[in-house]
Design a protein around this ligand. Structure first.
Ligand SMILES: Cc1ncc(C[n+]2csc(CCOP(=O)(O)OP(=O)(O)O)c2C)c(N)n1
Ligand code: SF4
Length: 282
């Protein structure tokens, strides 16, 4: 399919928002990998970033704030033939969905987790998010945030996530290439995408990210300790694939215990099911 064929609906993002670049990167990935939209599902929560599945013509599930990951995990277990992408903003994934973030990494479903990290709550008009930098001023945090930002990459590596990467959407080609690697990887793949919110975050602009990031070079993504060291760097934020552990079993493999038939192909014996329900009634 051509890139235009994945496009759907009018878009309600502000002109210049980094979400546009992520959308283009994703559609380029689909086109270059020749992915059939019928075999792709994008799952999101709530927020500006979480509107993405409405703007790309593939299967979608738009759930509650913070709840994209459990839905994505369930979809993958039910039908392992699908490419499942869970995506949302930093608030949705690391704040409201923080618990799911941790336990999804533990489960290691074969899904891609894209986080549009704009270091702010965009949809609700600019409050501090878990990744807002210390001292970031907002209409609510008028004197600036008092907390150190949440570090998703360090947490993911500490939990032995099977694929951990960070990109900046100012470089769409680079983001596209990392997304392709994440899709090819078998297991949970985190891609944290630094993304300006041009309306509510006037600190972390395109220029700020350009000045405060660098590309990982001569890095061995199999070296977990080195990956962790890179992940806690603050002065300049590294971009690239930090860590890969391909030896882990995926959640769907563990759940199916060698059975080949995917869950969605099982016939439901309604009579048996009703009997079970009846037997549990008090
Ligand atoms: C449980 C719950 N808490 C809070 C909200 C309100 N809410 C909706 S979107 C949002 C922030 C979204 O920020 P983020 O996930 O970073 O995405 P962005 O809009 O920046 O892309 C909040 C707090 C909600 N809908 N549900
Ligand atoms: S408020 Fe920010 S995140 Fe939301 S669409 Fe506008 S620029 Fe993008």
């Amino acid at each position: 399919m051509k890139i235009e064929e994945y496009v759907s609906k009018d878009i309600a993002w502000c002109p210049g928002c980094g979400n546009f670049g992520i959308r283009v990167a994703l559609m380029k990935v689909f086109e270059e990998m020749k992915l059939d939209p019928r075999n792709v599902v994008i799952v999101s929560g709530i927020g500006q970033a979480a509107k993405m599945p409405h703007y790309i013509g593939v299967n979608m599930f738009n759930g509650l704030h913070g709840r994209a990951l459990p839905a994505a995990t369930a979809i993958k277990v039910a039908n392992p033939n699908l490419l499942v992408i869970a995506e949302s903003g930093d608030g949705c994934m690391y704040g409201e969905g923080g618990n799911h973030f941790i336990h999804t990494i533990r489960r290691n479903p074969d899904i891609v987790n894209i986080v549009h990290n704009n270091m702010v709550y965009g949809l609700t008009k600019g409050q501090a998010s878990p990744t807002s930098l210390l001292g970031f001023k907002t209409p609510v945090q008028v004197d600036g945030t008092i907390l150190e930002p949440f570090n998703p990459l360090a947490v993911a590596i500490a939990l032995d996530a099977s694929f951990v990467a960070r990109t900046f959407i100012g470089d769409i080609e680079f983001t596209k290439d990392i997304l392709k690697e994440a899709i090819k990887h078998k297991g949970y793949a985190l891609v944290d995408i630094l993304q300006p919110c041009v309306t509510f975050n006037r600190v972390n602009t395109y220029e700020w990210y350009k000045e405060n990031t660098y590309y990982l070079k001569n890095h061995d993504p199999k070296d977990r300790e080195l990956a962790f060291k890179r992940a806690i760097e603050k002065e300049k934020l590294p971009l690239g694939i930090f860590y890969v552990n391909s030896s882990k079993k995926t959640f769907d493999e563990l759940v199916r215990r060698g059975q080949k038939t995917p869950l969605f192909e099982y016939e439901v014996d309604i009579e048996k099911l009703n009997k079970l329900i009846e037997s549990k009634k008090m």
